[in-house]
Unconditional design. Structure first.
Length: 278
């Protein structure tokens, strides 16, 4: 979910109604001039990426502060990889589904890396949640997200106010992430990460800088990750020439990558001008 900031042209980004970051490079948009909005999934290094199903739902607010949806006749669909099937197999395929009738409702997309899907994370029991968190009725929020996520801002007490004034509105998502962050595979070592990065980016191992994940010293109800921090992952950087993850004839100056502290899997990467120095 994105919420326009009160001043300037940037947007706050929320996941499960918790703030995870903000945009930094949005161009100025004149009032009433917007005629295109893109939603979906773009991946780089498709052979390394496994993306679970993401449900893109969109509503927009008019200049009169009225929420609306895009008419189906104005929706265009573009898929640049084949749809996954018996002839088009992971990792070179997408799975997609457009749910709509008169108005665009939901665009679901995923990008499997392997044939077997990863098991879903267990749901947090509603009894373990506080009754309210940052003014939001937590049990009402969980029920709404399961039944009709598009209505949550209207139907869940306190949610509309929370998403514009607080970083964290969904205690269950916070608990899931906190549990995930504290579970680390002791078999993942700096040497493993160095070898993986050197092979993936075709860079000598001694030309890499590997920073271990930082670990919290206690409970983190106010998580730094809520505003986009990634201290819980292995960080690898290099200024050495690299082809990136595409392995074409083109070379780039340096790369940056993050690897999971739990599994050692590549999470995200950029190389050359793709890396945002800001």
């Amino acid at each position: 979910m994105t919420v326009r900031q009160d001043h300037g042209n940037q947007w706050d980004v929320l996941y499960d109604f918790n703030k995870v970051g903000s945009t930094t490079s949005q161009l100025k948009v004149l009032g009433g001039a917007t005629n295109r909005i893109d939603v979906g999934l773009e991946v780089t290094g498709l052979q390394y990426i496994d993306v679970p199903a993401i449900s893109n739902r969109m509503q927009y607010m008019t200049g009169n502060k009225v929420w609306g949806r895009v008419a189906t006749r104005n929706v265009a669909k573009s898929v640049t990889l084949p749809v996954c099937s018996s002839s088009s197999r992971p990792p070179s395929c997408f799975t997609t589904k457009l749910t709509d009738s008169t108005n665009f409702t939901q665009w679901t997309v995923s990008k499997p890396r392997q044939h077997a899907a990863a098991p879903a994370a267990p749901a947090v029991a509603a009894t373990s949640l506080p009754a309210t968190f940052n003014g939001v009725d937590q049990q009402a929020l969980q029920s709404c997200m399961d039944d009709d996520p598009d209505s949550c801002l209207i139907s869940v007490p306190g949610l509309a106010e929370c998403v514009t004034t607080a970083r964290i509105c969904n205690a269950a998502a916070l608990q899931d992430a906190a549990a995930d962050d504290t579970t680390t595979d002791p078999g993942v070592t700096a040497a493993d990460i160095r070898d993986r990065a050197a092979t993936a980016f075709d860079v000598p191992a001694d030309a890499l800088t590997v920073a271990p994940p930082a670990r919290p010293s206690g409970p983190r109800i106010n998580r730094s990750e809520a505003d986009g921090s990634s201290d819980g992952d292995w960080a690898v950087t290099s200024t050495h020439s690299t082809p990136g993850l595409q392995h074409t004839d083109q070379r780039f100056d340096g790369f940056s990558a993050r690897y999971s502290a739990r599994t050692g899997a590549l999470l995200e990467a950029c190389w050359g001008d793709l890396c945002d120095a800001s």
